[in-house]
Design a protein around this ligand. Structure first.
Ligand code: ADP
Length: 493
């Protein structure tokens, strides 16, 4: 493989291209008009415009992307995360065009893209699941009975859901039917698939996921866990590896379960198996993400493995060059997502111009970003400015390093999640490791940041603009979680 097209934008396009360049592989960027001046476009050996800013006319134009790849002689396509990365139809089209899709086979993408199909696929293996139903609900009265047996609260989930969207908590049996109706109609409008199922609502869950790598010769290994329990709107904002709570025994067990999930769908490539862990350290399979994850760098730092290079080796049909016993955890890594969002205003996007932008530096600090000073954060895409990742010998040292790095990070022109992340680093619950996915609801109020709250109307205007600009997939999932959903966001986690 001498030339690869990266079908993505921003930090992940740049991060993928860096590894490709180290492997002596030429890079092709595709970009929308909104990204004409972006660093990833300049970094690529060749760059081709695909279309206007909306994703549906640019980064989701699989046909156009494949045409460009063929025209420029790219032998592989790396999809990054989001956009077309979990689109089985795209993976198939790439393969049929004689180009290597740097990711799993389309069957694995398809199976794991549906939460219900995923549960069915792993059934033959002994993998713990959240108590609930195994099929889409067709008989509401029957489902109501099962919900009563499981015990409230329960969660109604869209089988095709993703990115924290398409979930409803039902507190009591009286609201079951009305919530079911709403869940189904939301699932239809958001994902084009009304299949929903119910799961026990785990009261104090931690989100812990396992990174796996599988080659095309049946070898599967795991690269340990990432703890991603600090979330807002069911979306991650702080991640770390390893988790503060897993014992070596539990880690090995969850790792083996994750490898089994990969085996269950004949997986090859890099993938992530997500679990919920309850307060008694019971773990339950949630879903598998069949792509590189936003938070993959923390696993790279503690294992010394470049996941993008491994994806390329696997896509070329090479065998994994290491086994499970060769992998060890060294030190501790933390990642924060620096979003152009206003934590003081319900984490709503705060799009604008990066008037000032200076990154932190020094040993153990990695910044994966896609912007420079003076650039606009486009309204069309995910408002993530950067990922700030730190690495140190242990968790405490990593937290101190992260605090220093956040303090050194200078961003002006837009509100960011930096101050919020600093609050997390200082919080006793985070420092002691005793926290769950409710951290934000439990401990965070805007006044802890000591910033003034922007006018509600401004936020409303911004939200309206966002919704207008998004593709037809834009929806509002629940009344209490007003956030635009679009294809770029759908499968991000
Ligand atoms: P998505 O595909 O939208 O990311 P997931 O199934 O991975 O959905 O769940 C996302 C988040 O939602 C989890 O990290 C967790 O915080 C919460 N969640 C999901 N299922 C449950 C459950 N059964 N009980 C409690 N929380 C849950």
């Amino acid at each position: 493989m001498k030339k690869v097209l990266v079908a993505n934008r921003g930090e992940i396009a740049l991060r993928v291209m860096r590894s490709l360049r180290e492997m002596g592989i030429a890079t092709v960027a595709v970009y929308s008009d909104a990204d004409r001046l972006a660093p990833f476009v300049r970094y690529a050996d060749e760059a081709v415009r695909i279309g206007p800013p909306p994703s549906s006319e640019s980064y989701l134009r699989g046909d156009e992307i494949i045409r460009i790849a063929k025209e420029l002689g790219a032998e592989g396509i790396h999809p990054g995360y989001g956009f077309l990365s979990e689109n089985a139809g795209f993976a198939k089209m790439v393969r049929e065009a004689g180009i290597t899709f740097i990711g799993p086979g389309e069957e694995a993408i398809e199976t794991m893209g549906s939460k219900l199909a995923a549960k069915a696929a792993v059934k033959a293996y002994n993998i713990p699941m959240v108590p609930g139903v195994e099929d889409a609900i067709t008989d509401v009265a029957e489902a109501r009975k099962i919900a009563a047996e499981i015990g409230f609260p329960i969660l109604i989930k869209a089988s095709a859901g993703g990115g924290g969207k398409g979930m409803r908590i039902v507190e009591s049996i009286d609201e079951f039917e009305s919530q079911m109706d709403r869940a189904v109609s939301e699932a239809v409008s958001a994902f084009g698939d009304g299949a929903v199922f119910i799961e026990k609502y785990i009261g104090s869950p931690r989100h812990i996921e396992i990174q796996v790598l599988a080659d095309q010769h049946g070898n599967v290994v795991h690269l340990f866990e990432r703890e991603c329990s600090i979330q807002r709107r069911h979306q991650k904002v702080v991640e770390e590896a390893p988790s503060a709570v897993l014992t070596p025994e539990l880690r090995a067990k969850m790792g083996e379960s994750a490898c089994d999930v990969a085996r269950a769908c004949n997986y090859h490539g890099a993938g992530t198996v997500e679990f919920l862990v309850d307060e008694h350290l019971n773990y339950y399979f949630l879903e598998m993400n069949t792509r590189l994850q936003v938070e993959h760098p923390v696993s790279e730092l503690i294992t010394g493995i470049d996941l993008v290079k491994e994806q390329v080796h696997i896509a070329r049909g090479e065998k994994l060059s290491f086994g499970q016993d060769d992998l060890k955890i060294n030190g501790h890594a933390l990642e924060i997502r620096v979003y152009a969002e206003d934590p003081a205003n319900n984490f709503l996007p705060d799009i604008g111009t990066l008037h000032g932008y200076r990154k932190p530096e020094g040993p153990g600090i990695r910044v994966d970003d896609g912007f420079e000073e003076g650039m606009e954060i486009p309204i069309y895409y995910d408002p993530m400015i950067a990922k700030l990742i730190v690495y140190a010998e242990n968790r405490e040292a990593a937290i101190e390093k992260m605090k220093r790095a956040i303090a050194d990070y200078q961003i002006s022109g837009v509100a960011t999640t930096l101050g919020f992340c600093s609050f997390v680093m200082d919080h006793e619950a985070f420092r002691s490791g005793k926290f769950d996915t409710h951290f934000v609801q439990t401990y965070f109020t805007p006044d802890v940041l000591n910033v003034s709250k922007p006018h509600e109307e401004e936020a409303a205007v911004l939200m309206a603009a966002l919704l207008r600009n998004e593709s037809s997939a834009s929806i509002q999932t629940t009344a209490d979680q007003p956030i635009a959903v679009s294809n770029w966001r759908k499968n991000r986690s």
